[in-house]
Design a protein around this ligand. Structure first.
Ligand code: HEM
Length: 473
């Protein structure tokens, strides 16, 4: 290559940099709104990187401080991408309800390990007939109330296995790495025969396709890995191979192996870490607050008694448990910025112009910690704030949005809530928990680690003591 070419490129870059440094807002505007209105207010973007440097290692926190300055509808540049950050219940309602259709797509996310099948799954697929059909299929075949109900017994067995294994640790007076253990026993994948595969999948970062192939082949041969077989979601999907997903629809999709792998992978990813992490956060708060532990134990004891484990049908009577889980989601939403959306058209919201293909980020973490929404004690874990309140967490109340809302809201919210409540109730009912010697409740570290789902930075360690009457289980 001629040495003059890199020099020329360098000069062009330099000239562009200078132009951006002098006229950053003007440059941004002319690229993004084509003179059709003003963008929401926001910090001045740097050349090339835009505002990426302001996101910090915990972006929800970095965005919280920015939104305090620029308001609940804020404009940012993430590299070359125009983004809008939403940080109040009122603004969230505008984006996720009033104008939900305009913001119902997802941006194409590059190089995700979970994207190996392109956009044939659900969570990262752009809005359109394919996504609609996959969502319908999953909602009916996997996540409907009757399907969830039909797996109650298997969930119970899986939770019983968790209790049994913790009981072993209790008898040996062992310290348990709760973070690891609970992640091993999130129960609802068991009825789908995915649990074992999920553990393996986590170990083999590069072998996801192979693992999925094995799952499918095992099902095709009519036998699961454990040597028994009951009809599950994979079977349902396999029974649809080579058939149109949506015979009545205008766009007909024929289901092939890649569709099945993509949908399966999406389900595992969306369901698994989110739930394990939510249980971990909730238990951390419960252990940090002995008053809450006591209230919870008294409630479960009243409803279930000390002779047996909690049953799923007990959950609807456990009001305090419900409030504890809500409070935990308020402070620790595992998807603090939800899953990004993308605008499908130019649109004006609250007088601000939002160009097509903008990325929409809803900072639900900030909403959960806004004193104007929750009163002054926002940082305190105080489940009683939900007494006599109708605040729901499934996406109907924009003050509490751990599962998002609207067309792209989480289709697994009901299953997720049942699972978290069941596991948590069991853990506090069957065991009392001591912290490692020398550690006090105030020392329980609540630092966050940003990731696909936002978990604890450090593992939670505690020593269980079995507390039910001896012959129970
Ligand atoms: C504690 C448990 C869970 C949490 C906190 C959670 C949270 C979320 C959030 C925040 C979104 C994005 C919503 C939005 O953009 O408005 C989402 C989407 C999704 N979730 Fe969940 N989720 C959980 C459990 C589950 C379960 C159990 C399943 C299925 C078995 C599931 C499947 C999905 C799918 C497929 C999507 C994508 C939906 C779409 O794009 O159309 N999730 N979830």
């Amino acid at each position: 290559m001629s040495p003059t070419i890199p020099l020329a490129i360098l000069l062009v870059i330099l000239a562009t940099l200078i132009l951006f440094i002098i006229f950053p807002r003007a440059a941004t505007k002319s690229h993004s709104n084509h003179g059709r209105g003003k963008l929401p207010p926001g910090p001045t973007p740097l050349p090339i990187i835009g505002n990426l440097h302001q996101l910090t290692t915990l972006p929800h926190r970095g965005l919280q401080s920015l939104s305090k300055k620029y308001g609940p509808i804020m404009s940012l540049r993430l590299g070359q991408v125009q983004a809008v950050v939403v940080s109040s219940p009122e603004a969230a309602e505008l984006f996720l309800k009033t104008h939900d259709t305009a913001f119902a797509s997802r941006p194409k996310v590059q190089a995700s390990e979970y994207m190996s099948y392109g956009t044939k799954g659900m969570a990262f697929t752009e809005y359109g007939p394919y996504w609609r059909n996959v969502r319908k299929l999953c909602t009916l075949q996997l996540l409907s109330a009757s399907k969830i109900e039909s797996f109650t017994a298997s969930r119970g067995e899986e939770v019983a296995a968790l209790v049994e294994s913790l009981r072993g640790a209790a008898a040996a007076r062992e310290l348990v790495d709760v973070s690891r253990k609970i992640a091993d026993y999130v129960p609802y994948l068991a009825p789908l025969d995915l649990q074992g595969y999920t553990r393996r999948m986590k170990k083999v970062s590069k072998g996801i396709d192979k693992v999925l192939e094995k799952i499918i082949m095992a099902h095709e041969q009519g036998a699961s890995e454990e040597g028994h077989h009951h009809k599950d979601f994979v079977d349902v999907l396999l029974s649809l191979v080579n058939q149109p997903m949506n015979p009545q629809d205008q766009h007909v999709y024929i289901i092939d192996r890649t569709n099945i792998k993509a949908i399966l992978l999406d389900m595992v990813v969306a369901a698994f870490d989110t739930s394990a992490t939510s249980i971990e956060w909730t238990l951390s708060e419960v252990l940090k607050n002995p008053r809450v532990t006591q209230n919870l134990q008294e409630e479960v004891e009243r409803v279930t008694g000390m002779d047996k484990m909690v049953e799923e049908r007990d959950l609807e009577k456990l009001d305090y448990l419900d409030m504890v889980v809500k409070e935990s989601f308020r402070l620790h939403p595992v998807a603090p910025l939800l899953v990004p959306r993308e605008s499908m058209e130019d649109i004006t919201v609250e007088g601000y112009f939002i160009p097509k293909n903008s990325r929409i980020i809803v900072n639900t973490w900030t909403i959960g910690r806004d004193p104007n929404v929750w009163s002054e004690n926002v940082e305190e874990f105080f489940p009683e704030r939900f007494i006599n309140s109708k605040i729901d967490l499934r996406g109907y109340d924009f003050r509490l949005l751990p599962f998002g809302s609207g067309r792209r809201g989480c289709p697994g919210a009901h299953l997720g809530i049942v699972t978290i409540q069941l596991v948590l109730a069991q853990l506090v009912h069957c065991f009392s928990w001591d912290l490692p010697s020398g550690v006090e409740t105030k020392d329980i570290d609540m630092s966050e680690k940003f990731g696909l789902s936002m978990g604890r930075e450090n593992h939670l360690l505690a020593k269980p003591t079995y507390r039910l009457n001896a012959r129970s289980m």
